[in-house]
Design a protein around this ligand. Structure first.
Ligand code: GLN
Length: 547
């Protein structure tokens, strides 16, 4: 059995309590205490991965270096820990069942009746231990998606129960996240939902070791004692997680609660060092006290759901802090944008980011937005489909090819400036078949890309099927459009630029996926800088201190 310690994070009472942020914050603190930590997420739905999920369902699909299409919580793990995650860090019930059924078809079960217990639970346990077995980590935190009490969570809870028994209680602990609601009428915090949730977990044979209680108000000693008594945990194991102004405040709040020390003591581990959160604190200090403010438009078709562009939103937070600038991201629905209202919708902005996406809904709105920002020279960053739309816009409005399009939107277009990549042509299945994960890209010497990245070769993550058709490039170049980054091996165009503009860049890859608190992304830093310099009718405001 591996020496790696395992921490499971479950959720009770209600969904959306922020298990991912709690797990990420704990990971950050344990890393700061000197341990090698990783976080994985187990999701109880039947999709094999979130790649086929509409962003309206579960928010954005986060892509790892090795090309896994994963839950957006993995983005939080990377942003907090600065440790890349992999295919192994996100497992769904669909993947578990796929493995079990494939084994059954191969005859691996030798005539047994294949059942949830033990076959599915064994496969869950095998996967829960995989990262620990690599020997790379001292501690593996496993977040269980869903809420205790859900039917689909039962096999996971049973797997945790068995693991706790097999590994021993000092090698495997359970942290349960619950809600302590505040009843305004009674002016009281209520512990009953937490008691019930712990009871529900105990009914499945799992006694939580530590309770993290989400609350709007501070928990008094009396309340902590009451929770400890009725939920059968030590008083030091009742940890409050008060609502915070920023998710990045949470690790510091939990540090003040000695959460990490409570966890280490349960695992019989001694802290290796004092946590050094100086850079983190400096980041928060700047985040909370900005000196400047810019408004950047985020043009996309999923803007109703904040989580659909989570990594982009966070990348703006990180980059803004570099400039002591509050970036107000204004969501603009691409479906309702057209030539007639584009000025009204974008005219007041200091910068515009056109978002990634799939399918034709909202594409014409994105193209209208890009025409406007190109003509007005508003700083522009197009990501993936956003870059492809910039190519289409240029072809139509500068080169005069009025029918130019991506063959994703119009397979019969006269000018297929964006076409299907060669190795995508024979693919029919949708799941995990795109160009995914990290590829290296060579930047053009002397280009703005080289200036921004301060290097000649970069590595960025991808998720797409279509590409710029290089055959059209000479016409584009003749009109002042440049390809400033190309895939190091395939030569695919990865970055485009209008050098006549201060900042007009399109990227086929997803820079937002690599931005972290301590390593903000250079492209976002540069976009925010350009937006701060952009003189529009609504010039960059200076934020009044304490205003
Ligand atoms: N739909 C486009 C493609 O598949 C863009 C994808 C994206 O924006 N992630 O190439």
């Amino acid at each position: 059995m591996s020496l790696t310690k395992h921490i499971f994070v479950t959720g009770g009472v209600t969904s959306s309590l922020g298990k991912g942020i709690i797990a990420s914050s704990l990971g950050k603190l344990l890393k700061e205490r000197g341990f090698k930590v990783t976080i994985q997420k187990f999701d109880p739905y039947l999709n094999v991965d979130p790649g086929t999920l509409n962003p309206y369902e579960h928010g954005e699909c986060y892509v790892t270096e090795d090309g896994a299409e994963t839950d957006l919580d993995l983005g939080h793990y990377e942003r907090f820990l600065d440790v890349p995650t992999t295919q192994t860090n996100n497992v769904t019930t669909g993947r578990i069942y796929k493995t079990v059924i494939e084994k059954e078809r191969k005859g691996d079960y030798l005539g047994q009746t294949v059942q949830v217990i033990p076959h599915v639970t064994n496969e869950i346990k095998r996967r829960m231990l995989l990262l620990g077995n690599t020997g790379e980590f001292d501690i593996v935190i496993t977040e269980l998606g869903g809420t205790v009490g859900d039917i689909e969570s039962l096999p996971y809870i049973e797997a945790v129960r068995q693991l706790k028994w097999q590994l021993g209680s000092v090698n495997c602990i359970v942290i349960h996240l619950t809600l302590i609601p505040y009843l305004n009428a009674a002016k009281e915090l209520k512990t009953k939902p937490t008691q019930h949730s712990v009871k529900e977990l105990s009914r499945s044979g799992v006694q939580p070791d530590i309770l993290v209680c989400r609350t709007e108000h501070a928990l008094s000693h009396e309340i902590r004692n009451k929770i400890a008594l009725f939920c059968n945990v030590d008083k030091d194991s009742v940890v409050q997680a008060r609502d915070a102004s920023s998710i990045y405040q949470v690790p510091l709040n939990l540090l003040a609660e000695r959460f990490d020390l409570a966890v280490l003591s349960k695992l019989r581990l001694n802290p290796q060092k004092e946590p050094r959160m100086d850079r983190w604190k400096e980041f928060l200090e700047k985040l909370e006290n900005p000196l400047h403010k810019v408004k950047i438009g985020l043009v996309g078709k999923y803007v109703e759901l904040a989580d659909a562009y989570k990594s982009i939103q966070e990348a703006f937070v990180h980059a803004g802090v570099c400039h002591s600038c509050h970036v107000e991201v204004e969501s603009i629905h691409s479906e309702y944008l057209k030539a007639e209202n584009v000025e009204e919708k974008l005219g007041h902005l200091h910068g515009v980011l056109v978002a990634p996406g799939f399918g034709s809904r909202g594409v014409e709105g994105k193209i209208s937005a890009i025409k406007y920002v190109r003509e007005q020279k508003i700083p522009f960053l197009g990501i993936c489909l956003g870059m492809q739309c910039a190519v289409i816009e240029f072809a139509r409005n500068v080169l005069g090819w009025s029918q130019a399009n991506s063959i994703e939107m119009d397979p019969k277009t006269s000018h297929p400036v964006i076409s299907l990549m060669e190795d995508q042509k024979s693919i029919t299945a949708m799941g995990a078949t795109m160009r995914l994960g990290a590829y290296t890209c060579k930047l053009k010497q002397g280009s703005q890309a080289e200036d921004i990245y301060q290097r000649q070769e970069i590595s960025e993550r991808h998720r797409h099927r279509f590409e710029f058709d290089d055959n059209f490039l000479p016409d584009f170049e003749a009109a002042g459009f440049m390809a400033i980054g190309r895939d190091s091996k395939s030569n695919l165009v990865e970055m485009i630029n209008l050098p006549s503009h201060d900042f007009f860049i399109g990227v086929q890859f997803h820079p937002e996926l690599k931005s972290t608190v301590l390593n903000p992304h250079p492209l976002f830093i540069a976009l925010v800088a350009a937006s701060m310099n952009f003189k529009s009718p609504a010039t960059t405001e200076i934020v009044e201190k304490n205003a």
